[in-house]
Design a binder for this molecule. Structure first.
Ligand SMILES: Cc1cc2nc3c(=O)[nH]c(=O)nc-3n(C[C@H](O)[C@H](O)[C@H](O)COP(=O)(O)O)c2cc1C
Length: 411
């Protein structure tokens, strides 16, 4: 029997045209449709990458390829606030923050947006490393003020970080697994298999990875039952509060879209395991266009509690000072750990409520003092680690991303 398949035709821009590989089979967790095309980024061997340009002058295509890996990193509410200026002349990529994409209700300090920038940078550096490039990072803007949500009387774009590339050491071709890991990584919010434990060796390796790469950043992994329970209850309560708070709810409603949305940014109901119908209800309910029943809110919040309660571990990244530099480093550290875990079959989800509410930060800080017997600074990224209890949940689809042409500025 002949099986007919339909392949959609897309109009791709000048970089995507070369950098996406639409002939390769589409992974089952990458939906058909334009908002998901970036997940079909080509995985280049080292020789292919170098066929696009030379070490003394990386071509725009090579820089765009590295930037593509950047946007596969996670961002809060999948806002993807980073924009790029590619410079072949200086072998660099400047990352510009579009403050219209920094969330005004849930991210008043711009902390989550800045951490998101760090996640993207980590991906870009991981890709660069595979192609034998070393990178130096220069923070161009150190004032937190310019990384906060946009106000009409202020500058919308902040030139934030410049990443410059130079010749490094060409690693083993088998490190190509990191390129695959970046394409496969995704946040999963599901109940986890409580029988899966993190080995002491893994915990040690992750802590070492952070302390070796980042100064002023610390990782703790919580695995004890009581602390997980405590944080789970906190997560449930803060979710319930958020949904009943008008500013937060309206913002989340704007970003929590129906499953069939064509938007290249934002999260879908399906990311939370919701059906099309429930996704639409939450979208409209949060936008206050429909009334959500108290039981619906309770169930959603209970789902969040279960994610935290059943985790194999809860990771907390703390920073010695709450500065833009260290927020970026915390984001980089998170993404490095997410890739480490992905390569070992674990998934992660991030829970910002705990780090953005004073009482949540105080709660974890106090608990970490008991764990580490010293003050490791401000908890900045809280994430859970696990393997889904229901195998099917592993196949939840990737979230959308813009095509790179749409977020590259001309220099
Ligand atoms: C700094 C940061 C904060 C986040 N906070 C939350 C959160 O509080 N709750 C949540 O469900 N997801 C959170 N996420 C996950 C994002 O929503 C998710 O990464 C994004 O939708 C893209 O999906 P992907 O990582 O699967 O590609 C956060 C991500 C980042 C980088």
């Amino acid at each position: 029997m002949k099986i007919h398949t339909t392949t959609m035709h897309y109009v791709l821009g000048k970089y995507s045209n070369k950098l996406l590989d639409l002939d390769a089979p589409r992974p089952p967790d990458v939906p058909e449709g334009e908002p998901y095309l970036p997940w079909r980024l080509k995985v280049m061997q080292q020789e292919e990458f170098w066929s696009y340009g030379g070490i003394h002058r990386l071509s725009d295509t090579q820089l765009a390829y590295l930037a593509y890996f950047n946007i596969l990193g996670p961002s809060t509410h999948n806002t993807v606030p980073q924009r790029f200026i590619l410079s072949s002349k200086t072998n660099s990529i400047t990352i510009v923050v579009d403050r219209k994409f920094i969330l005004s209700a849930s991210d008043k300090e711009g902390r989550q947006g800045t951490i998101s920038i760090g996640c993207g940078i980590a991906n870009m550096l991981t890709a660069a490393r595979f192609f034998g490039l070393s990178a130096s990072i220069k923070i161009l803007e150190t004032k937190v003020e310019f990384l906060k949500p946009y106000q009409p009387d202020q500058k919308r774009y902040t030139h934030f970080v410049r990443v410059s590339f130079s010749k490094g050491i060409l690693p083993s071709p088998k490190d190509i697994s990191f390129l695959y890991a970046m394409k496969e990584r995704k946040v999963i919010r599901a109940e986890w298999d409580e029988n899966i434990k993190l080995s002491d060796l893994m915990v040690l390796e992750m802590k070492r990875l952070i302390s070796k790469r980042y100064i002023g950043v610390h990782l703790s992994i919580i695995t004890d039952f009581q602390t997980k329970q405590l944080m789970a209850v906190f997560q449930e309560q803060s979710m319930g509060t958020v949904m009943n708070n008008n500013d937060f709810a309206l913002e989340l409603g704007k970003w929590l879209l129906p499953n069939n949305s064509k938007s290249t940014v934002g999260i879908r109901g399906s990311d939370f395991g919701l059906s099309y119908k429930s996704g639409v209800r939450f979208h409209k309910g949060l936008l206050r266009k429909q009334r959500l029943q108290p039981i619906e809110i309770q169930n959603f919040a209970k789902g969040e509690k279960d994610i935290v309660r059943s985790a194999s571990g809860i990771g907390v990244i703390s920073v010695e000072h709450d500065t833009p530099e260290l927020r970026v480093a915390a984001g980089e550290g998170f993404e490095d750990i997410a890739l480490y875990l992905h390569l070992r079959g674990y998934f992660t989800s991030i829970h910002a409520a705990t780090t953005e509410v004073d009482i949540g930060t105080a709660l974890i800080k106090a608990r970490l003092m008991v764990y580490n017997r010293k003050d490791e600074g401000r908890p900045t990224v809280v994430f859970v680690i696990g393997q889904p209890k229901i195998a099917q949940d592993k196949l939840r689809s990737h979230s959308s991303r813009p095509m790179i042409e749409d977020i590259i500025f001309r220099s």
